[in-house]
Design a protein around this ligand. Structure first.
Ligand code: CTP
Length: 434
C-alpha cells in the first residue's frame, strides 16, 4: 500500500482544495490529511482563518477523499507524522515549491500544480469587504493602516483629520479634512483615534448613522456616556469595539485563563507599570492616564473585577511631570498601577497569588512571553506565544470576524469599558489637562 500525506488549513473549502486532495489521493492508496490547528496557524502568522478547526475538519471529511484526518499542531510535526504513519509520499501545492525538500530524507516529496485563480484569502477578502474610515491626528494611525494590510476583508477608504501634513507621503488614501460627516457617507465602519474629549460625539454620530465603530480606549470620559453608546450600538445593530491592543494579544489572554484556573492560587496583589518617552513627530501628547490608563487598568479590572472598595489616585501633572499612580483596595486584594509620559520606568507586571506569582517582563502590554514562578523554583514555567504587530492586527481581525459572523467575542467586556470611563472621569474632575 502506498500512503500519501498532505497538509493545509482548508478554510472555506474551495475547488482548489478539492482538486489538490483528489490528485494527492491518486498518487497512492491511502490519504492522510493534516488540518492545521488554530494556534499553529496563528503562530505562523495566519490570523484570518474564519472557520473553527472542527468546521474545517468536517468540511474535509464530508468530501470523502481522505482516509484519515489528523491535526497539525506544531512546527516540525510533519517529520514525526511521516515516521509515525509510515508515509511514502508527501504531497503539497506548488505554492510551497522547494519549502519541503528537507522531507526527501524521510519520503518522496511531490509538489502538485496549484489551481489558478482561487484561494481562501481571496474568498475571505471578497466575502464582505469592510469599508473602513480612520479618524484622528496621530502618527499611530499610519501604523494602524499598515496593520490593516495583514487582515483579509478590510479596505481603508479615507481619513478624517485636521493635520493632513502628518500623513502626506505616508498614507495614500483620501483625506476628509475635518469632515467627519462626509467620511461617514463613504464607509460602513470607522476607527476613532481622536482626542478622548472628542470620542463621545464622534462615536455617537457614527452609531446614529448605523456605522460600526472601533474606538481607542477610553471610549468616553464618563461611564454614563459609554453606557449610552453601548445601548445605541445595540439598538442600531452595530458593533462598538473598544480597542486596547493588549486585550487581543494571545499571551495576555492565555495568562488570564491560567489565573482563572487557579495556577497561582487566589490573587492577592497586582502591580502594573506603563511609561513612555514618546516625542516623535505626530505623537499625541494626551495626559498619560488617557494614553496608558486603559491598558494598565485592563488586567486590574479583568482579574480583580470592577467592584473595588476604594480607589486612591495620586497624580502630578505639570509641564515637567506627568505621572499617575492609582491604588485599588478590594475585599481580598490590592492593585497598584503607574503611568507616565515623562518618566521612564520598568514596564513590567506582577500578579501575586497565594501559591505563586506571574511575572510579565517589559513591555508587558505587548508581550509574547510570561512566567509562572513558585516558592519551589523547579516548578516554574515559561510560556511563549507568537505575537505579530503588537496585537493591532488581531484587534482588526477580531472586528472583521465579528462583523462577518455577526457575533462578537468580548475581548473587553462592556462593564470593564464602562468602569474604565468611570475612572477616567475621576481624572477629568480633578481638572487634569488632556
Ligand atoms: N491549494 C491549491 N490550489 C489553490 C489553493 C490551495 O492546490 N488554489 C492547495 C495548497 O497548495 C495546499 C492545500 O491546497 O496544498 C491547502 O491550502 P490552504 O493553505 O489551506 O489554502 P489556500 O487557499 O492557499 O489558503 P490561504 O489563502 O489562507 O493561504
Amino acid at each position: 500500500m502506498i500512503k500519501v500525506i498532505t497538509y493545509g488549513t482548508f478554510d472555506l473549502l474551495h475547488i482548489g482544495h478539492i482538486r489538490l486532495l483528489e490528485r494527492a489521493k491518486a498518487l497512492g492508496n491511502y490519504l492522510i490529511v493534516g488540518v492545521t490547528a488554530d494556534d499553529y496557524d496563528k503562530s505562523r502568522g495566519k490570523i484570518n482563518v474564519q472557520q473553527t478547526l472542527i468546521e474545517r475538519i468536517e468540511a474535509v471529511r464530508a468530501l470523502g477523499i481522505a482516509d484519515e484526518i489528523i491535526v497539525e499542531e506544531y512546527e516540525g510535526q510533519k517529520i514525526d507524522d511521516i515516521k509515525k504513519y509510515n508515509i511514502d509520499i508527501f504531497a503539497i501545492g506548488s505554492d510551497w515549491k522547494g519549502k519541503f525538500d528537507y522531507l526527501n530524507e524521510f519520503c518522496k516529496v511531490i509538489y502538485l500544480e496549484r489551481t489558478k485563480g482561487i484561494s481562501s484569502s481571496q474568498i475571505r477578502d471578497e466575502k464582505s469587504k469592510i469599508k473602513l474610515g480612520l479618524v484622528g491626528d496621530s502618527s499611530y494611525l499610519i501604523k494602524f493602516a499598515k496593520e490593516c494590510f495583514f487582515v483579509n476583508g478590510v479596505e481603508i477608504v479615507g481619513i478624517c483629520t485636521n493635520n493632513v501634513n502628518l500623513y502626506k507621503n505616508k498614507l495614500n488614501i483620501k483625506y476628509y479634512t475635518d469632515d467627519f460627516e462626509e467620511l461617514l457617507k463613504q464607509v460602513d465602519s470607522v476607527y476613532i483615534y481622536s482626542n478622548p474629549l472628542e470620542r463621545y460625539r464622534l462615536v455617537k454620530r457614527a452609531l446614529e448613522n448605523k456605522k460600526n465603530v472601533m474606538c481607542e480606549s477610553p471610549i468616553t470620559l464618563d461611564s454614563n456616556e459609554t453606557k449610552e453608546l453601548f445601548s445605541l450600538a445595540k439598538k442600531n445593530k452595530c458593533l462598538l469595539q473598544e480597542n486596547i491592543k493588549t486585550a487581543y494579544v494571545t499571551a495576555y489572554n492565555r495568562m488570564l485563563l491560567l489565573v482563572k484556573t487557579g495556577k497561582i492560587g487566589n490573587v492577592v496583589s497586582l502591580d502594573a507599570t506603563c511609561t513612555s518617552l514618546d516625542r516623535q513627530e505626530g505623537s499625541v501628547n494626551w495626559n498619560s492616564i488617557y494614553r496608558w490608563g486603559p491598558t494598565t487598568l485592563l488586567p486590574v479590572l479583568q482579574i480583580l473585577g470592577t467592584n473595588y472598595k476604594s480607589i486612591d489616585i495620586i497624580t502630578s501633572n505639570t509641564n515637567k511631570l506627568d505621572f499617575t499612580k492609582i491604588n485599588f483596595l478590594y475585599e481580598h486584594s490590592v492593585a497598584a498601577i503607574k503611568v507616565s509620559n515623562k518618566i521612564k520606568s520598568e514596564g513590567e507586571m506582577i500578579i501575586s497569588g497565594t501559591e505563586g506569582y506571574i511575572y510579565i517582563p517589559a513591555p508587558w502590554w505587548k508581550t509574547d512571553y510570561f512566567e509562572i514562578r513558585y516558592e519551589d523554583s523547579s516548578q516554574n514555567k515559561k510560556y511563549f506565544y507568537q505575537l505579530n504587530g503588537e496585537g493591532i492586527r488581531y484587534q482588526i481581525a477580531a472586528f472583521v470576524h465579528a462583523l462577518q459572523i455577526n457575533q462578537s467575542f468580548e475581548y473587553i467586556e462592556n462593564d470593564i469599558s464602562i468602569c474604565i470611563s468611570k475612572i477616567m472621569n475621576l481624572f477629568s474632575t480633578k481638572n487634569i489637562k488632556i
